[in-house]
Design a protein around this ligand. Sequence first.
Ligand code: ATP
Ligand code: MG
Length: 559
Amino acid sequence: MAEELKQDEKSLNFLEEIIEDDLKNGRYNSIVTRFPPEPNGYLHLGHASSICLNFGLTRKYPGYTNLRFDDTNPTTEDTEYVESIKADIKWLGFTWKHELYASDYFENLYGFAVTLIRKGLAYVDDSTSEEIAAMKGTQTEPGKDSPYRDRPVELNLDLFERMRKGEFPDGSRTLRAKISMSHLNMLMRDPILYRIKHAHHHRTGDAWCIYPMYDFAHGQSDSIENITHSICTLEFVPHRELYDWFIEQLGIFPSHQYEFARRNINYTVTSKRKLLQLVQEAHVAGWDDPRMPTISGLRRRGYTPDSIREFCDRIGIAKRENIVDVGLLEFCVREHLNRIAHRRMVVFDPVKVVITNYPEGQRESLSTENNPEDPNGGTRDIPFSREVFIERDDFTENPPKKYFRLAPGQMVRLKSAYIIKCEELVKGEDGQVKEIHCTYVPESRSGNDTSGIHVKGTLHWVNAADALEVEVREYDRLFRVEDPADEEGDFKSYLNPDSLRIVTGYAEPSLVKATTDDRFQFLRKGYYCLDKDSGPSRPIFNRTVTLKDAWAKEMKKGS
Ligand code: ATP
Ligand code: MG
């Protein structure tokens, strides 16, 4: 991975090389790319990679990118998906030139099909799909010609028109290209162009009962839009021959197809079909569940568009499939959040500290920087008084050597406040520490410390009287194994049962003003953001990512 990163920083990727060559040789003055989602699910990280690639190229080179909904399959598509896809692309920071729908080209595509029939290059086949499959042959054996293959042009034109008019039931006929049943590329063996499907389409309604197959729709849509560089994933390599064949036979705009490797991330699945199962079977709370690798899930989790773009840039593009470590994604979001997130203090498992020499009834406001990494981050006031909460974990009665947190007789600093010293413990009947009685050093106030005392430990804390109770959702990987789709049996049996843990936090009061757009670092905990499920009386925070930074170490080792 480190190799790939370094390379990516210095040199052009293979598509950039091709495009620079095309521009230099005057093949094009500007380029047109497209992002062509099928509106049958929400976008995920794999799509983000394709989006950054397609839109990134026309940011770098003269030209533009279209958003084209590949909506030729009437049964799986939905306007909910169309809307979510548009929102996600915008949120990622990209703007398309034209919003287009392959279904808008149904009439053009029908015309292309008629042209092929007229040229003797397509025929109506009355075989069932089983019969067609049986005649297909294998990699090593040629297929068999359909008995309908040599129908006269006039009959084909008539039958195709009647297919369109709805005279025949689903599955009774298809339109096929007439190429060769012994072609070495199985996809060239008289591929099906149209099938009959009496189905309602989310945009064209009941206007059509024949629908074009992917291969016939996709390349022709590219041509109609004058797409210069049509970028898809590697599984379409064998389709390229057919893509070129249609363009050549129809004499339409010569779009070119280029392929790059699908991006997969470990400990998750990036397939809309699989993600849909997780949603439908309620393994997650929806497409935007913060554990989902969807753009909407990542957004709700607290990821920033910048961090996702950075991730896509860093993984770059490849010609070979590989699985990308989710650690790199986490590294990217940590980097960005460290720069922009406001620091806050939240105690998860509180124990009360009573500062016995702090006057009862007294209260002060400690002005504190929101983000030491950001000089423009501003400040906030934190209330401080005689009773505060600290983390139970930050205290021990029997400290080992080099224990710098709170222990009997030991001193620590309360972050942005004072140095305190543990004087006495108050225990309950169960033997548990109920209160820790401390004294504070009045001259040790942060920013104005004249005490001359140096302590090694600094603890986060919250003023007891103001502590805001919040729900905190701590997320972990959705799957227990690196590549659930590759494991034996049902991928869902590899779900991580502990992917969500809910805890209560006691937060400094300024967090009551949090909005879902804010990003926070809870000191010593991680990065968090407000969840949309929050109510006014009970804020809910999602953990975006922990503070721990295993990936950064890897990067240093690699460089
Ligand atoms: P899925 O299997 O999740 O349904 P798909 O390829 O069928 O993915 P489309 O909506 O057809 O989804 O994809 C839109 C674009 O996004 C295509 O150009 C496709 O190649 C690209 N894309 C989809 N998944 C990935 C991925 N994992 N990595 C890179 N590009 C992807
Ligand atoms: Mg698809």
